[in-house]
Design a binder for this molecule. Structure first.
Ligand SMILES: [Zn+2]
Ligand SMILES: [Zn+2]
Length: 355
């Protein structure tokens, strides 16, 4: 099958690289032509069919996979960073990532088998998850320990992306915009060149924005905690405020007012500021709903079960429930930072209440 490649003009293409068995469908890997050869923004999921699509796509853009000069990653997630090692092996390309996400990659590579599951069990127990949810997790942890199954080994990047600075891309002007929230080191990349279809820069900004997962046309990216298997659950509420970071990062990209957004999923779209307003309104509404639910003290688990999701809680599979709890905790933490909620002293598992 011919790869789905879109020529966005001005030396920018997108290649739809499939994500196997995932409702998202594909990652849009962007190819940017530079004076030293093509540079990829993200690489896609590590799977043989995805690799074939990526290389066929690079060829369809008029380049050879062996000529890739560099890889710039919006963040560390496997649908973005998965194929980076293969690209580097094939072409000798450098691989660049923000240091905060590189730190996550380093910890993932160093984690002992079962360490992530240990963390998850401790965290969900502290969140008040019921036994029926915990039993399969404990069993999975025991199996993993027994067989010493190794975890994933994502590629270690060899360059840092410095926030606010121009990337070293010969012949192109691309500035890294640090947009923490979805991950601690997520970056958007602002192509500071006149859009071929819209050559007049506006006073507030211009160009195009490679937005990764930060800004998508109709999906709300997952905002959970910046989870770390080295954490102990009692530290959780002291470590950062990802939702607060995300809301600040949204404002930051709205101020750039790019002529077009090129996201890593779905499709390109024009009105960055309009989409930012929708996303901020969505999270504010959620925060208000949560605050109302917290009129009576609830654990993080109880809060997650009471929140609105895209389907009833009973129909959410266990793995997605873990993600939902993390999303509830990120909102909870932001309410605490705003002074709108607090833990109930002496409660175990910890209950939270609106103030
Ligand atoms: Zn992601
Ligand atoms: Zn993604």
């Amino acid at each position: 099958m011919a790869p789905q490649v879109i020529d966005h003009r001005g030396g920018v293409w997108s290649i739809a690289v499939p994500i196997p068995d995932n409702p998202l469908g594909h990652t849009l890997v962007h190819l940017l032509e530079t004076d030293r050869g093509p540079v990829l923004i993200d690489t896609g999921w590590d799977d043989p069919a995805s690799w074939d699509t990526l290389t066929a796509g690079i060829t369809a853009c008029g380049f050879a996979p062996a000529d890739v000069h560099g890889v710039v990653l919006t963040h560390h997630h496997p649908d973005h960073h998965g194929l980076s090692a293969k690209v580097r092996e094939t072409s000798g390309a450098w691989v660049a990532m923000h240091a905060a996400d590189t730190a996550v990659v380093r910890r993932t590579r160093a984690a002992e088998p079962g360490q992530w599951l240990d963390y998850l069990v401790a965290k969900l127990t502290a969140a008040g998850a019921p036994n029926a949810h915990m039993e399969p997790l404990r069993a999975a942890r025991a199996r993993r320990r027994e067989r010493q199954l190794p975890g994933p080994r994502p590629a270690l990047p060899d360059r840092d992306i410095a926030p606010g600075e121009l990337l070293a891309l010969p012949g192109r002007r691309v500035r890294a915009i640090w947009t923490p929230g979805h991950t601690p080191g997520h970056v958007c990349l602002h192509l500071e060149e006149a859009h071929p279809a819209n050559p007049s820069p506006t006073p507030t900004g211009f160009g195009r924005l490679f937005s990764g997962d930060h800004l998508l046309p109709s999906i709300t990216p997952h905002i959970g905690l910046y989870e770390d298997p080295d954490d102990v659950p009692s530290d959780l509420l002291d470590r950062g405020d990802p939702l607060g970071d995300y809301l600040d990062s949204l404002e930051r990209v709205a101020r750039l007012a790019p002529a077009e957004v090129l996201p890593a999923h779905q499709h390109a779209f024009p009105d960055a500021a309009g989409r930012v307003r929708e996303l901020i309104a969505h999270h504010e509404e959620r925060l208000a709903d949560l605050r109302a639910l917290l009129r009576e003290p609830l654990t993080a688990w109880q809060l997650a079960t009471a929140m609105q999701w895209n389907r009833p809680w009973e129909r959410i599979p266990p793995g997605s429930r873990n993600i939902a709890v993390s999303e509830a905790e990120a909102h909870l933490r932001h309410l605490i930072k705003r002074g709108h909620a607090e833990p109930v002293p002496g409660s175990d598992p910890v209950h939270y209440v609106a103030v």
